[in-house]
Design a protein around this ligand. Structure first.
Ligand code: FE2
Length: 358
């Protein structure tokens, strides 16, 4: 059962054959146009978009193969060739040239109708396929446009975030500097200490191979390592002469106090975890966690190295700073017990102390 009447062009130079075909095909529900061939067939093809072409092979004026080739070149119309019994080899050849199929003469009605149905189904499939391809391309295009639009929006958002992060960062730096100055104001012995620590630690961190982000965290931690001294009595901090056991215990609370202050500040958790560990010793004899070796973050081990160097080499109200060889000798002596020996080696071999700027 054909849903809509579909148009077929029958080209044959023999009128009786055309008539028979027209009768059969019209009965089967097709709209049939006949052509006796000749040059006029090309005009007929151009004027009407037929859905199927049935074409005789051997015709006097224009050969069936020429019509087939013309049709294949200009339209998507499927072509069924009609061929005499002796034309089998030629029939195979026309298949190669793009005919959908061929039907032997004399034409058997059922064979022809079956072939027509297959040809039209095939051409419908091709059409549907092409539509799907077009839809797919259209979908791809709209998808790409959407992706581009979203990318643009994201880029704008990223820029805004970057700007926000930049201003937050500069606020953090200012905040950390203010805190560092506060610590130094409280502990008279450590004037300039935080700033020197920053140069030593960042350079040693660089030599160890820390990335930019970790170096920045280390920079903050080096400035803030003694932040906890805010919570220790000034009289103890500035006491000249040896501390009592109780006073010592008070001083030893400062890493934990700093951790408590910093841990709740956004972006400072990592700094907190470094600062709390800056008095851990390499052999596990330090405080507050008795952490040994790599259990202490490398940033904290770096701070410990720089801290010892600066404490010994800088002037104190009650003594001059020690000479470089003596300081380095002492650092080597405590390498492996108090300090990370690998870091001490790097510190001395690369003259990290020469990076201090005033
Ligand atoms: Fe400290």
């Amino acid at each position: 059962m054909e849903a809509a009447r579909r148009s077929i062009l029958v080209v044959d130079d023999e009128e009786p054959i055309r008539k028979v075909l027209k009768t059969h095909l019209t009965k089967a529900g097709y709209d049939v146009v006949q052509s006796s061939g000749g040059k006029g067939v090309f005009d007929t093809l151009e004027e009407t978009k037929f859905e199927l072409l049935i074409c005789d092979m051997k015709m006097p004026e224009v050969d069936g193969v020429d019509i087939l080739e013309y049709t294949k070149e200009h339209f998507d119309t499927p072509v069924i060739m009609l061929t005499g019994l002796t034309d089998t080899a030629v029939a195979v050849d026309v298949m190669k040239k793009g005919a959908f199929d061929y039907v032997m003469k004399p034409v058997k009605k059922d064979d022809l109708l079956g072939t027509i149905r297959k040809a039209l189904d095939y051409s419908d499939l091709l059409l549907r396929n092409r539509q799907l391809e077009l839809e797919n391309m259209e979908y791809q295009r709209s998808l790409e446009a959407k992706v581009e639009e979203r990318t643009g929006e994201l880029r704008v958002k990223a820029k805004e975030l970057e700007a926000a992060y930049g201003s937050m960062k500069s606020m953090s730096i200012q905040f950390v500097n203010v805190l560092a100055e506060t610590i130094e104001a409280k502990d008279h012995y450590t004037r300039g200490h935080c700033n020197r620590m920053r140069y030593l630690c960042v350079e040693l961190g660089r030599q160890v191979g820390l990335g930019a982000e970790r170096l920045e965290t280390l920079e903050y931690a080096s400035l803030l390592h003694d932040l906890g001294k805010i919570g220790v009595n000034e009289l103890i901090l500035n006491k000249e002469g040896p501390l009592t056991e109780a006073e010592c215990a008070k001083v030893r609370e400062h890493p934990k106090i700093a951790e408590k202050i910093l841990v709740d500040i956004p972006l400072m958790e990592r700094v907190a975890s470094i600062v709390v560990a800056h008095h851990e010793n390499y052999d596990g004899s330090g405080y507050p966690g008795n952490l040994a070796g790599a259990d202490t973050p490398v940033e904290a081990r770096i701070i410990a190295v720089a801290d010892l160097y600066d404490a010994m080499s800088s002037d104190r109200p009650y003594r001059k700073g020690l000479a470089l060889e003596i300081v380095l000798e002492e650092m080597e002596r405590v390498a492996g017990t108090q300090l990370d020996p690998g870091l001490v080696r790097l510190f001395i071999d690369n003259k990290i102390y020469s990076y201090i700027k005033n």
